[in-house]
Design a protein around this ligand. Structure first.
Ligand SMILES: *[C@@H]1O[C@H](CO)[C@@H](O)[C@H](O)[C@H]1NC(C)=O
Ligand SMILES: *[C@@H]1O[C@H](CO)[C@@H](O)[C@H](O)[C@H]1NC(C)=O
Ligand SMILES: *[C@@H]1O[C@H](CO)[C@@H](O)[C@H](O)[C@H]1NC(C)=O
Length: 327
């Protein structure tokens, strides 16, 4: 009985295999000649040809208008993550923001730490007084150097040139008077996070300390936390003067320290590590970070509050070079 079944199965198996072999053969012929599939109820996905590679020279411009999206352009040097980061805005809400990124097709930039050129165009109405910020579009350094203990950081070189202009995707700077006339409320700032825990330091929502360096503040609403209490320290970098304000962000419970400038600094090329290190020498009553804590996150961006007409932050030049004593 058992033997008979086995024999029959073996005999049957041959014609089935032959039939399938013929069908598969026909199928691959039809595939190759671009004819519709013969028997597949679910046709195999037709491989879409890869888009033609842009020529190796030249640039590619891409516009990102989504709520939030990390973009990491190909590069032979240090990586950056760009993000429209409209964290306090949802699709359908009034206002909009787009980020335009210009990448070099060869992935090579003037220096190994040069970022792709970008611009951020936006317009939002005035938000609630206790919740006025709509977005923090930014470019974050994606480097192996971070997280690093602050006392191991030997320099944080920032080479930046930026302008704010009235208009959508404009590279033309507007005067302070014109920006004020359009009720622009925003800043241009470096945002850093510090924590005694390596992992929390990399998470802007979890880190205990936020340390900012503002290159500009536009509009009366754009005030650092603790502005009303007055500065707790002053420091000069080259010809630029920064005042330090400090306070607790009631929403996140983070201790926020902000180096603030009265006059917009549209060009800056220097080491900001003195602004980081002097924080440890403060004798404030509030909880302060220690130099053995980790710096886990560093980004440059613009806190977008509100404006009457579309404005554009244009950043044609940016390089962020963080080095530690071990690098
Ligand atoms: C890479 O492309 C940019 C933009 O076209 C160009 O300026 C630069 O010279 C190129 N670099 C190299 C090494 O080919
Ligand atoms: C913004 O990006 C789009 C492509 O997504 C491009 O067509 C447009 O020219 C860019 N704008 C500027 C001012 O570069
Ligand atoms: C700027 O113009 C482009 C092209 O018309 C448009 O897609 C984009 O939404 C505009 N951006 C803003 C912030 O209005």
């Amino acid at each position: 009985m058992t033997i008979r079944i086995l024999v029959n199965a073996a005999l049957l198996a041959i014609p089935i295999a032959v039939t399938l072999g013929i069908l598969f053969g026909l199928q691959s012929h039809r595939d190759a000649t671009g004819q519709p599939p013969l028997f597949a109820p679910q046709p195999p996905p037709i491989p879409t040809p890869a888009p033609p590679k842009p020529p190796k020279n030249g640039v590619t411009k891409t516009r990102y208008c989504q709520k939030s999206f990390g973009i990491t352009p190909d590069t032979t040097g240090q990586k950056y993550i760009l993000n429209p980061n409209q964290w306090n805005w949802n699709v359908g809400d009034p206002g909009r923001l787009c980020m335009n990124v210009t990448t070099n097709n060869n992935g090579t930039y003037p220096t190994s730490t040069t970022a792709p050129e970008f611009m951020i165009s936006w317009q939002y109405p005035v938000g609630p007084e206790d919740d006025p910020v709509h977005a923090f579009p930014n470019i974050q350094v994606d480097t192996d150097v971070l997280p690093a203990t602050v006392d191991s950081i030997s320099k944080v070189d920032i080479d930046i040139e930026w302008s704010y202009g009235v208009g959508n995707e404009t590279t033309t700077a507007s005067s302070l008077a014109d920006l004020t006339a359009d009720s622009l409320n925003t800043n241009v700032a470096i945002d850093m996070f510090i924590d005694s825990d390596k992992t929390s330091a990399q998470n802007p929502a979890k880190a205990k300390f936020e340390l900012m360096v503002w290159f500009a503040a536009f509009g009366a609403s754009t005030q650092p936390i603790g502005f009303g209490q007055g500065p707790i320290s002053t420091q000069k970098l080259g010809s630029d003067t920064f005042n330090l304000y400090s306070g607790i962000n009631t929403a996140t419970k983070q201790n926020v320290m902000t180096w603030y400038t009265d006059t917009p600094i549209e060009k800056f090329n220097g080491d900001i590590s003195p602004l980081i290190n002097s924080v440890f020498k403060l004798t404030a009553t509030t909880d302060l970070p220690k130099s053995s804590d980790y710096l886990g996150y560093l980004a440059l961006g613009s806190e977008a509050f509100s404006v009457d007409k579309t404005v554009t932050l244009y950043v044609p030049q940016l390089s962020i070079d963080i080095e530690t004593s071990s690098t």
